[in-house]
Design a protein around this ligand. Structure first.
Ligand SMILES: CN(C)C(=N)NCCC[C@H](N)C(=O)O
Length: 264
């Protein structure tokens, strides 16, 4: 199994993450105060996504990343490979994503009035240990099913959009940096546009353990959220997700393509 796609995926994920830092700081407060935890976790998840995607395409089409310039894979193969990458990365992402959502939903310490109780979680490691102790090892995978439903098809869409947008490049030639940036940016936006409704549901399920709010599953959470707050609830966060997705994924794909190209 070629490993360079995993390494390129890790580095490009880290670079995208640095670029997304201002957006993530607005959204996530405590989680992104330091960069080391997100780089170790989210960049590792990106490495799994790109590595599995590329190796699945290799299995389906018997072409390496370099050979695919001259022999582009069909969109159905790209979609299957993207879905496979999305499915596998969920099980690395689930605990990190849970920690992110729990930290995101607690009050920012700097904004707390003096004398108010300290935040429940002191940071990502404390959050992971507390969930493990209070909700058991399975607690760390709370919301994983919703995450699977969110990421499996949307990662297929992510890679198909990327391939569609860079179609203007002639077979056998490398796409220009502008093409890669635009294709990567649109890949991010299209996948987040489709993913946002399930992202809302996933976050609610992940918070349920803490708030002792019981949902019977993904469907129950969808129905009760829509009943109480209307259909608009499914589009919460769409603007910030899209604004963040363009630069983050433009840089992720640009660095991924250039790293693989420079390694031959
Ligand atoms: C849930 N969806 C839609 C995605 N994860 N899409 C792919 C983008 C991944 C990238 N690391 C990002 O955070 O934008």
């Amino acid at each position: 199994m070629p490993v360079e796609e995993f390494v390129a995926g890790w580095i490009s994920g880290a670079l995208g993450l640095v670029l997304g830092h201002p957006f993530d700081t607005v959204k996530l407060l405590g989680f992104f105060k330091g960069m080391s935890f997100p780089i170790a976790s989210i960049a590792m998840v990106n490495s799994v996504l790109f590595g599995i995607y590329s190796n699945t395409l290799l299995a389906l089409t018997a072409t390496s990343h370099q050979e695919r310039r001259a022999q582009p894979p069909s969109y159905i193969h790209v979609f299957i490979a993207g879905c496979t990458g999305g499915f596998v990365q969920v099980y690395c992402l689930a605990p990190f994503d849970l920690i992110k959502v729990r930290l995101q939903n607690q009050t920012e310490p700097r904004a707390r009035p003096p004398g108010s109780p300290p935040p429940r979680y002191r940071g990502p490691v404390h959050c992971a240990v507390s969930i493990f102790q209070e909700e058991g090892p399975r607690g760390l995978f709370r919301g994983a099913w919703a995450l699977t439903l969110r990421d499996t098809p949307t990662m297929g869409i992510y890679f198909v959009t990327y391939e569609l947008c860079r179609q203007s490049t002639r077979d056998g030639q490398d796409p220009s940096p502008a093409t890669v940036l635009v294709a990567g940016g649109f890949a991010g936006i299209s996948s987040w546009a489709v993913a946002t409704p399930l992202d809302v549901i996933k976050s609610r399920l992940q918070m349920a353990g803490l708030k002792r709010r019981a949902y019977r599953g993904v469907l129950d959470c969808m129905v009760s959220s829509a009943r109480q707050e209307g259909l608009g609830v499914f589009f919460r966060g769409l603007t910030i997700n899209s604004a963040r997705a363009f630069p983050v994924n433009a840089v992720t794909f640009l660095s991924y393509e250039y790293l693989l190209r420079s390694w031959g």
